[in-house]
Ligand binder design. Structure first.
Ligand SMILES: C[S@@+](CC[C@H](N)C(=O)[O-])C[C@H]1O[C@@H](n2cnc3c(N)ncnc32)[C@H](O)[C@@H]1O
Length: 182
């Protein structure tokens, strides 16, 4: 059971690492999103580094990542030794995160209480904001359906934050993605 931290995004505790990582085709997702074409990237809520580590390996610049949970940061730092990766403890909803990058990644966190605020912080930091989330429906993990956004809801939040959405990208079996531009 994950420890609770002040301001942790609701329903953002993590199952065991190996199980979490069995739920994604990480190389396919990053390739379809074109992540390797960005220079500096920020990921908000690194978790175990499931995406942070391969992103840091695929970009020419630095991967900045932030989390409220010191155990998640420690694991990502451990896995990222020798890579250009900066891991900082930060509540990204309350405070933003204070770096300028080419793309911000919001992966599996937009079921938070203040999604538009989070998208605004991301839009202030980059011209591209990339989202993935759990499909709306039966999935082996993911936030409760009462708080889980559908893709069209995320698109509408993006508009409120001043962002334009591209098409929904399918990541079978459990996820979808959206690329927003300023
Ligand atoms: C569901 S996990 C997703 C992790 C990673 N993005 C992925 O997809 O593998 C959400 C992560 O966000 C972190 N988190 C929750 N609330 C946060 C906040 N307010 N600021 C920064 N990180 C937060 C949690 O500790 C957890 O590691």
């Amino acid at each position: 059971m994950a420890k609770e931290y002040e301001n942790r995004i609701r329903d953002s505790g993590m199952p065991p690492e190996a199980y979490w990582e069995s739920l994604f085709d990480v190389p396919l997702i990053l390739e379809k999103l074109g992540i390797g074409s960005f220079h500096d990237v920020a990921e908000l809520g690194c978790g175990y580094g499931t995406f942070s580590i391969p992103v840091a390996q695929s970009i020419a610049g630095t991967l900045y990542t932030f989390d409220v949970d010191p155990a998640m940061l420690a694991r990502t730092r451990e896995r990222g030794l020798g890579l250009r990766i900066v891991c900082e403890e930060c509540d990204v909803v309350a405070c933003g995160f204070g770096v300028r990058v080419d793309a911000v990644l919001l992966f599996n966190i937009l079921h938070c209480e203040q999604p538009v605020e989070l998208l605004r912080h991301a839009a202030q930091a980059a011209d591209t904001v990339v989202v993935i989330h759990w499909r709306y429906g039966a999935t082996p993990r993911g936030p409760d359906l009462t708080i889980r956004p559908r893709p069209e809801q995320i698109v509408a939040w993006g508009h409120e934050a001043g962002l334009q959405a591209g098409n929904v990208i399918d990541f079978p079996p459990w996820h979808y993605g959206l690329i927003f531009t300023a």
